[in-house]
Design a protein around this ligand. Structure first.
Ligand SMILES: [Zn+2]
Length: 445
């Protein structure tokens, strides 16, 4: 009997009337969203999972027990036995070939077997096929997964900190650990222990136990399922239930390194790399470090010290440049004042458009001008796209710079404002810059 919600048809894009119940069952099983909506009375024999007994088996023969077209246009093939690991437990699916055709992904249909998504010509039901698992990808997953067991146990051993999450991502893997006060030193202590366990080349064994037997054992984590349990034991170090693919011995993991860590949702999330990923990450890091050192014609490990020195020198140069700009602004202000005729009451209005000045440079000049009594500075500048203005006045000088600036910016089709003695603004309408300043001058007379 097959029971599914009305929405299943729409979401999965199935045409129920054109498919057998079995075909629909397979399609729905592969739809993760709807898997829980199914109640299936299956008569299919489960796929024998060869990877449970031998994680290094990559070639096998099997009989095709079923196949169904997928919405994607590819075919899902079920076998009576398989060495392909399907996505699950934080570990991505294996890839490979079935009779030479690409297997893009494998999906766990639970008691309904493992679905092999084949791109290309799919074999017929009943055919005997040759499967081949991509070894480089499998080895990578073995190293990340076994590395995670070792690293997780290292945090338990040293800090009584259990692992709450694990994911193998594209370039790195992540674990979420209940580590309350993480520091680089604390994390490196666990990494050190994990690497020692790797280099001790301890044996890793797989065994099955009943739930009752498991209850008597010191498992690192509680089993997520009832019934018979598959346990992974790293000799003298770790015992945990797991359905993934693992190394024969810890030495196969090679090494493990934590790249970075952060606090996330009350846990400590760490990015780590094991085995070939650790080597790839070392190569990237080494390339980066050497590229930085080459800028100084220095050796790789001197990079951080030399970079820190450059940053400090740069800050000092900025400080000196600002001081020199202020001196230059005072000299320029004196020159501008000398060429400005005072108006009635001794008020001097300095209005100028200056070429290509940054806003800060314009402001420095305005501030230098208003250190002189009875002085008002109405300064403008522009680049190719933007006009900018600074209006400022000495303490006792007349006028409200904020009001003048708002009026000027309307002409410039922009925004601006400030206080009665200092206001800044700008706009896109560069052609109106002269008119905006003239308007402010007239309002002061
Ligand atoms: Zn595992």
């Amino acid at each position: 009997m097959l029971v599914f919600r009305k929405g299943c048809q729409r979401i999965c894009g199935l045409l129920v009337e054109h498919k057998t119940a079995r075909a629909i069952q397979i399609e729905l099983l592969t739809c993760k969203v709807l898997r829980v909506a199914l109640l299936i009375n299956s008569t299919m024999p489960p796929t024998e999972r060869l990877y449970y007994n031998d994680s290094h088996l990559i070639e096998f023969e099997a009989r095709v027990t079923d196949k169904t077209e997928r919405v994607s246009g590819w075919t899902a093939v079920t076998l009576d036995r398989t060495a392909f690991y399907p996505t699950g437990g934080g570990q991505p699916s294996d890839t490979g070939t079935l009779d030479g055709e690409r297997v893009l992904e494998c999906i766990d249909g639970e008691e309904n077997g493992v679905l092999h998504v084949v791109q290309g010509r799919a074999p017929e039901v009943g055919a005997i096929v040759k499967g081949r698992v991509d070894w480089a990808r499998r080895l990578d997953h073995i190293q990340q997964h076994t590395g995670q067991h070792i690293l997780s146990q290292a945090f338990v051993t040293l800090f009584n900190a259990p692992t709450r999450g694990f994911r193998v991502l594209n370039d790195v893997s992540e674990i979420d650990v209940e580590l309350t006060n993480p520091t680089n030193e604390i994390i490196e202590r666990a990494v050190e222990l994990a690497n020692n366990v790797i280099w001790e080349d301890r044996q890793i064994t797989v065994r099955s136990v009943t739930a009752e037997e498991a209850a008597q054992l010191p498992l690192r984590k509680d089993p997520s399922r009832a019934g018979e349990l598959r346990l992974i034991e790293i000799a003298g170090f770790d015992l945990t239930p797991c359905g993934g693919t693992h190394a024969y011995r810890t030495g196969e993991v090679g090494m493990i390194a934590v790249r970075t860590w952060e606090r996330a949702k009350g846990l400590t999330r760490m990015e780590f790399a094991a085995g070939t990923r650790a080597l790839a990450d070392y190569r990237r890091a080494n390339k980066t470090a050497r590229a930085v050192a080459a800028l100084f014609s220095a050796s790789r490990d001197d990079g951080p010290k030399l970079t820190a020195r450059i940053v400090e020198e740069n800050k000092e140069l900025h400080r000196r440049a600002r001081a020199l700009e202020e001196i230059a602004a005072r000299v320029e202000a004196d020159e501008l004042l000398a060429s400005t005729t005072p108006k009635s009451g001794g008020v001097r209005v300095v209005s100028r458009i200056l070429d290509n000045r940054e806003a800060q440079s314009l402001k420095n000049l305005a501030l230098a001008l208003i250190t002189h009594p009875n002085t008002i500075a109405l300064l403008g500048s522009h680049d190719e796209t933007t006009a900018r203005l600074v209006f400022a006045k000495a303490v006792a000088a007349p006028g409200d710079m904020n009001v003048l600036m708002r009026e000027a910016c309307e002409l410039l089709d922009g925004h601006g404002g400030g206080k009665p003695d200092l206001a800044q603004g700008g706009g896109k309408n560069i052609d109106k810059l002269e008119e905006a300043i003239d308007q402010a001058v007239k309002r002061l007379i």
